[in-house]
Design a protein around this ligand. Structure first.
Ligand SMILES: Nc1nc2c(ncn2[C@@H]2O[C@H](COP(=O)(O)OP(=O)(O)OP(=O)(O)O)[C@@H](O)[C@H]2O)c(=O)[nH]1
Ligand SMILES: [Mg+2]
Length: 326
């Protein structure tokens, strides 16, 4: 946004949303945003790229950086996911460390510290998530837990208990973020919701539906790439074209047997994935789209540097030697 267009009361804050896989990072962001922008599934490691998710409250811009769940790993893909999470703090003013109340909380704090692989931490607030799943969460000995966490990570300043499912304390969280925002210009234009484009979110929504509909380990060996994304020009005299975009995308899998599962009997599975993803993409673009999905066997795509780069996952500092072939 041009400086000349900035309101004198403008404030901004960039917040890195971090934590283990599946703790509810994307759910929290979507709740605060008031939309299903970021992908959420019951499976761990749903988010694969760091994503800026932006909203404003009066004159305050809040940029939430969604990140992949940090975890210990030797796999190339996962190393790159961790790197995305670590990079999520670049430029941030505050870390939110999400800790799932249904799992051991001190362990999550220790793992976060270890997996970030640094001794320098921004000021950090602990967000205890999924309190709706804990009986009498109000009686939790939070002060004691926070003291123990601060021993592990001195950058911790405070803790807030929330539920994105039930909306518990979410307005309070927005309020403290607004209060903490720094006076200065906004980084995004009014109405912008992300640094990622519709092409990126189209792949995310296809992958989200595939994750939801497919069982077991398959999702981890599945990725989505766009082959073609064509916005249609209205024909002469046509004011509101019926189809606004044509999208062709490939679902990559590791083995032929996985291809058969994703296609499904008589193509029913791929049809269902496509139908659900299309609805979500149409809601995003505000028009009708034509979505063409293919399933391609791309053996060990998750070790292939070219494909990983295309998926927005550049090499990590601790990357393995990876395949060079296309
Ligand atoms: N009961 C309950 N479930 C929640 C809450 N927040 C998230 N979940 C569920 O937890 C699961 C994981 O949520 P995500 O938001 O995808 O978690 P994440 O931390 O972004 O996960 P990754 O991207 O895989 O690291 C989903 O099934 C959510 O519906 C909550 O407040 N209460
Ligand atoms: Mg996520």
């Amino acid at each position: 946004m041009l400086l000349i267009d900035q309101h004198p009361d403008n404030k901004s804050i960039m917040v890195a949303v971090l934590g283990a896989p599946n703790v509810g990072k994307s759910s929290l962001i979507n709740y605060l945003l008031g939309s299903d922008l970021s992908v959420v599934t019951a499976k761990a490691q749903t988010t694969r790229n760091k994503i800026h998710c932006v909203f404003t409250v009066d004159h305050t811009e809040i940029i939430l950086v969604d990140t992949p769940g940090l975890h210990k790993t030797n796999q190339e893909l996962n190393k790159r996911l961790n790197e995305q999470a670590r990079e999520g703090v670049n430029g941030a003013d505050l870390n939110l460390l999400l800790v799932d109340l249904t799992r051991p909380v001190l362990e999550q704090c220790q793992s976060f510290k270890d997996n970030m692989e640094t001794d320098e931490f921004l000021k950090t607030w602990v967000i205890f998530t999924k309190c709706d799943r804990v009986e009498n969460y109000q009686d939790l000995p939070l002060t004691l837990v926070l003291d123990k966490m601060m021993e592990i990570l001195p950058a911790i300043e405070k803790g807030i208990v929330v539920s994105a499912k039930e909306g518990i304390n979410m307005h309070k969280l927005t309020g403290v973020l607004v209060d903490t925002a720094i006076p200065g210009p906004h980084h995004y234009d009014d109405g912008s919701v992300s640094n990622k484009n519709t092409r990126f979110f189209a792949t995310e929504y296809i992958r989200e539906q595939a994750f939801e509909l497919l069982n077991d380990e398959l999702p981890y060996e599945l990725a989505v790439v766009i082959d073609e994304y064509k916005d249609m020009k209205p024909r002469k005299g046509e004011e509101n074209p019926k189809i606004t975009s044509h999208i062709s995308a490939s679902i990559l899998v590791n083995r032929p047997s996985q291809r058969a599962i994703v296609v499904g009997s008589k193509g029913t599975m791929i049809k269902e994935i496509g139908m659900r993803a299309r609805k979500k993409i149409e809601a995003m673009v505000g028009g009708q789209i034509h979505l063409n999905l293919h399933v391609k066997v791309s053996e060990k795509w998750f070790k292939n540097n070219y494909i990983l780069e295309e998926l927005g996952l550049p090499r990590a500092t601790n990357s393995n030697r990876v395949w060079r072939s296309k």
